[in-house]
Design a binder for this molecule. Structure first.
Ligand code: BGC
Length: 467
């Protein structure tokens, strides 16, 4: 591949990269237009980049009551929890929970391997609950299961659906076309030891959900609780993956024709990561990330903003700088090591540089990149900042597109419930999103609150199971 960077001239190379990574306001406005057009097409059922999936879920009332089991299978972690809801919008109580990272092998081998892991975690938690109950003896029965499965699933009704695509580089292809709840119950039945007090056979599939949907449900539950005029009708995840869900009047979902759905409103999962348009500020580096991904041409927006990909974009730029003798004296040994650079490294680096240079050096040393001169550290920091800042700008433009879709003149106040490691932990990310919203919307941006609400995928699923 021919390089676009000059040899041995970092200032000039940086100028070129900076230009590539700008996202001027006019282009953002075009992106908003294109994004909304895809939303309209998706709702109408015509061909669209957005699946706009009807979820059969309304917002919670706040009167949900009882114990439920919530499962959250995201892009990185698996969480299982028992949640108690007491009605009257009382704060949900997590009675027990477990969290573990899923290895690539567990996620990528096949459906059976993945769901066996989930089933075992559920069994472990129910065994713990039995022990707890022996002491307290006051925990009610556990029947309803709310399952957050954070991949594209076309819903058939509120508790079943078909996996229609694999995002976030998930490789277990036999998941396609299957129903996550069916896979889960098969795996539970196959467990050699069954629990007694809380029998696995008592569990019922109550709600199957996307993580953006549970985030919205939990956000709305909390907002109902507050004396606030900032309504929550949009939920999003900016973490390993990227996506949003929004609440719409059912009759605005033109393709949804089922008369039995009882509520006037329904949450729709956009599957927003799959956006692509000329207005999206793609660079040659994004092209390389896409080409090396499991599904080239798919989820282009997600590949520019989500944690799974930010490290890869940065790594491509740094490698290119090394190869053109603009960094590390063209030392090719470092190129291999740069491949292990992730969004977590970027985030920690930005948190520690320039304040704590030693910590920043340690991080690079862990990757085998050492010694690192002051100037080199500064270059790496400059590049991570460009990549993460552009990501925040693009994420903000997509938030603007979704808010304006439901409230074109911004006459109401909106809380956007957001979770995900990038939004929640990346230094300065939220602030940059807010600046962009102000640039785009002026003072009207005050009508939008971006609120970090963690645990939505777990607690939201527990609430949904009782809706
Ligand atoms: C998935 C979405 C999910 C998002 C955030 C994307 O890769 O396709 O369903 O909501 O990641 O986890």
């Amino acid at each position: 591949m021919k390089s676009i960077l000059p040899t041995g001239n970092y200032p000039e190379a940086l100028e070129i990269i900076k230009n590539l990574f700008t996202f001027p306001r006019e282009k953002m406005e075009l992106m908003i237009r294109d994004f909304q057009e895809e939303m309209h097409k998706g709702l109408a059922g015509t061909e669209s980049q957005f699946k706009m999936i009807p979820t059969y879920m309304p917002l919670p009332t706040g009167n949900e009551k009882g114990y439920s089991l919530a499962i959250d299978m995201g892009g990185t972690n698996l969480r299982v929890m028992i949640v108690k809801l007491s009605g009257k919008q009382a704060t949900p109580e997590i009675i027990l929970s477990s969290k573990r990272e899923l290895s690539r092998r567990e996620m990528d081998t096949d459906a059976q391997t993945l769901f066996a892991v989930i089933a075992r975690e559920i069994q472990k938690l129910l065994l713990q609950l039995e022990l707890l109950n022996r002491k307290n003896n006051n925990i009610g029965s556990i029947e309803e299961v709310g399952f957050t499965f954070s991949y594209p699933v076309k819903m058939v009704n509120r508790n079943s659906g078909i996996i229609v695509a694999l995002s976030k580089e998930l490789a277990a292809k036999d998941l396609l076309g299957q129903d996550p709840f069916v896979l889960l119950f098969q795996a539970l039945t196959a467990l050699p030891v069954q629990t007694q007090l809380y029998p696995l056979s008592a569990l019922k599939a109550a709600a199957l959900l996307n993580d953006t949907v549970t985030e919205l449900i939990y956000g709305a539950y909390l907002k109902n609780n507050e004396d606030s005029d900032y309504q929550c009708r949009i939920g999003g995840i900016i973490g390993t993956g990227y996506n949003f869900a929004l609440l719409l009047d059912t009759n605005a979902i033109l393709k949804f024709k089922e008369a039995e759905y009882p509520s006037r409103q329904m949450i729709v999962n956009i599957e927003a990561g799959n956006f692509d348009a000329a207005s999206l500020p793609k660079t040659i580096f994004d092209q390389w990330v896409d080409q090396k991904s499991l599904k080239p041409g798919f989820y282009r927006l997600e590949k520019m903003v989500a944690g799974n990909y930010l490290g890869r974009i940065t790594a491509w730029i740094l490698k290119e700088l090394i190869q053109t003798d603009n960094l590390f004296n063209a030392n090719s040994d470092i190129i291999e090591k740069i491949n292990n650079f992730t969004c977590v490294h970027m985030s920690l680096l930005e948190a520690n540089y320039p304040g704590n240079q030693e910590k920043a050096r340690e991080l690079l040393k862990e990757l085998g990149i050492s010694p690192v001169m002051d100037e080199e550290l500064s270059i790496i920091h400059e590049i991570t900042t460009l990549v993460s800042t552009r990501a925040a700008y693009i994420a903000a433009a997509s938030v603007a597109a979704i808010v304006l879709f439901i409230d074109p003149k911004l006459e109401q106040k909106h809380t956007i419930a957001l979770d995900g490691s990038v939004f929640g932990k990346y230094p300065g990310y939220k602030a940059k999103m807010l600046v962009t919203l102000h640039q785009l919307l002026g003072n009207k941006a005050e009508q939008i609150k971006l609120e970090y609400i963690s645990d939505g995928s777990g607690i939201g699923a527990a609430i949904a199971a009782k809706c």
